[in-house]
Each structure stands twice: as structure tokens, then as C-alpha cells.
Design a protein around this ligand. Structure first.
Ligand code: C5P
Length: 302
């Protein structure tokens, strides 16, 4: 039996511009993603029967709910790859989960990206990166970026990934909430809050791009932004307190990651990152605190 294991990072959105809802129900996005070193691992073992199955081992939050049937996005990824390539093999997927579930850090999308790469290897189906990227886009808006990794701009509904000039390595602290938020629910709340108003087409702020080009952490901290902030705060008002705790600990910037509820803080260096982590843990405002570095590579065979 052939086995392949893939490590895949989480993402944060340094900015997340959201436009008016499209006819297909998605929102146009202008975002800059950064992959950070919080990793899930997906192991694919090819089998001779035609079953596609998954087991999930939760490393961080054992109470999180991850489906282990056809609703699991890694299983969907395996089916899509099999249907596309016509292979007849089955696969056993084993996910080792560290990325917060439903946290706005693309944990599900990461597993889908990893499953594509792992199954492609275990089955020997030989698709190249561009073909995998096309399948990734069908699985979810964030999945192509998790293949790509590093820093990248996201357009379309998030699935069009293009490189961005960037320097530097950044220290992040993530405050993980006890329960996740549904991405769909946060976008629906965004629509409700904006009903009757003209939502502009989104753009990536120039000051954020300049900060990344210069590798200037202080400027990057000042230019973090997220158009889903009010929607996420409307569903989880207590996140305002979490953001305040990090800012009181003099984080260079604070932002909700994606659709939340994870709040991320930019630190000046490792010691500062520890100070922010301790302030968040001490205030008891979140279930878990994670220190992370970015950017890192996307889904890769190990
Ligand atoms: O693409 P993905 O499956 O991750 O999206 C989950 C949900 O988030 C979608 O069903 C949609 O409701 C919402 N979404 C959106 N606009 C985007 C991305 C996601 O409305 N650009």
C-alpha cells in the first residue's frame, strides 16, 4: 500500500476587503493571505477497494466537531481527484488536527489542500500544481492559497491567488475561542448589516502592500483590516474585549482572522509575542492561545 503524508499550514488574512454579494451568493474579496506555522497533517494510504474514509485525531481542542463522513472536506477532495483522474483506488485518510476548527484560519480548507496533494501522490495520479489548483478552487475559496502558502493576494471569491512582494518574518499570537463561527453565518450577517447600503468593490490597501514590501512590522500592524469585523462582533460581541487585551499588551496590530472568531495580534519579536500570549491567557478571554510565525510554505509532502 502506498502512503503519503502532507503538512499544511493555517492562514491569516492581513486584510480582508469584502464587496457586495454576487448572484451566486459569494462575495468578491480583495485579501492578502499569510500562511503561518500552525500545521495540520494529512496521511493518505491508498487501498485496493474503492472506499474513501477518514479518521480525525484532534491534537489541540478535543471537543471540536469535525465530520468523519462524506461531509469532511478532505473526503470531498479525494472524491474530486478520483472523479477527475478516473483512478479506481480507494484511500484511508488520517488527519492530525492542530489548526482551530471553524476558527477563521482555514483549517478545513487546509485539510482539503493537503488531501489533494497526499492522494495525488498515494494514487500516483500525477496531476501538476496548476491542475491541483483548479480542483482546489472547486473545493472552497481558501483552498488554492493553502496549496500556495507564503504571502499572496486573493481575488475573485478568494480562490484567485497571485504573488505579492514581501519581506520579513512575522510573530503572531492567535486567541482561539471556545466555539467556532460558521463562515456562512458571518457573511450572512455582513449582508444583513449592509442591507440597503452601497457596498463598494473591495481593494487591497496600498499601505499594507508597502508595509509588506518593506518588511516593516510596525507599519503592517497599523494596516491590518477586516471588513467582516462588525459582522463577527455582532455575532460574538465578547471578541471586542479580546482585541482590547492584545492592544493593551501593545500588540503592533490586532485583527479578526477571516470570518473569526480567532483574533490575531502582531508582535514585534518573540519576547513580545510571549507577553501578548500571557496577557490573553491571564485575562481568560479565550480557550487557547497560539504563538505562530509566518510566512511559511503551503501544503508539502513530508
Ligand atoms: O468557499 P467556502 O466553501 O469556504 O465558503 C463558505 C461559505 O462562506 C460560502 O457558502 C458563502 O456563504 C461564504 N462565502 C462568501 N463569499 C466568499 C467566500 C465565502 O459569501 N468570498
Amino acid at each position: 500500500m502506498t502512503t503519503a503524508t502532507v503538512r499544511v499550514p493555517a492562514k491569516i488574512n492581513l486584510c480582508l476587503g469584502v464587496g457586495p454579494v454576487r448572484d451566486d451568493g459569494y462575495h468578491p474579496l480583495a485579501t492578502v493571505y499569510q500562511a503561518v506555522d500552525v500545521h495540520d497533517e494529512v496521511k493518505a494510504t491508498a487501498t485496493e477497494d474503492d472506499e474513501i474514509s477518514v479518521t480525525v485525531h484532534l491534537e489541540a481542542d478535543e471537543s471540536a466537531e469535525v465530520p468523519t463522513d462524506g461531509d469532511n472536506i478532505a473526503v470531498k477532495a479525494a472524491h474530486l481527484l478520483r472523479d477527475t483522474t478516473g483512478t479506481e483506488a480507494g484511500v484511508q485518510l488520517a488527519i492530525r488536527k492542530v489548526i482551530p476548527v471553524a476558527g477563521g484560519m482555514a483549517g478545513g480548507s487546509a485539510d482539503a489542500a493537503a488531501a489533494l496533494v497526499a492522494c495525488n501522490e498515494a494514487w500516483g495520479t500525477g496531476l501538476g500544481r496548476p491542475e491541483l489548483e483548479r480542483l482546489a478552487a472547486q473545493l472552497g475559496s481558501d483552498v488554492p492559497f493553502l496549496l500556495h502558502g507564503g504571502n499572496a493576494m486573493g481575488g475573485g471569491r478568494g480562490e484567485t491567488v497571485s504573488p505579492v512582494l514581501a519581506r520579513g518574518s512575522y510573530y503572531w499570537v492567535a486567541a482561539v475561542a471556545a466555539t467556532g463561527l460558521s463562515t456562512k453565518a458571518v457573511y450572512a450577517e455582513f449582508d444583513r448589516l449592509n442591507e440597503g447600503s452601497n457596498v463598494a468593490q473591495p481593494e487591497v490597501p496600498d499601505d499594507l502592500l508597502a508595509a509588506l514590501r518593506a518588511g516593516d512590522a510596525e507599519a503592517l500592524g497599523r494596516s491590518l483590516s477586516n471588513d467582516l469585523t462588525l459582522a463577527a462582533l455582532s455575532l460574538r460581541p465578547e471578541l471586542a474585549g479580546t482585541l482590547d487585551i492584545g492592544l493593551e499588551a501593545e500588540a503592533l496590530g490586532a485583527v479578526i482572522s477571516g470570518s473569526g472568531p480567532t483574533c490575531v495580534f502582531l508582535a514585534a519579536d518573540e519576547n513580545h509575542s510571549l507577553d501578548i500570549a500571557m496577557a490573553l491567557a491571564g485575562a481568560g478571554v479565550c480557550a487557547d492561545v497560539i504563538q505562530a510565525r509566518g510566512p511559511v510554505a503551503g501544503a508539502r509532502l513530508v
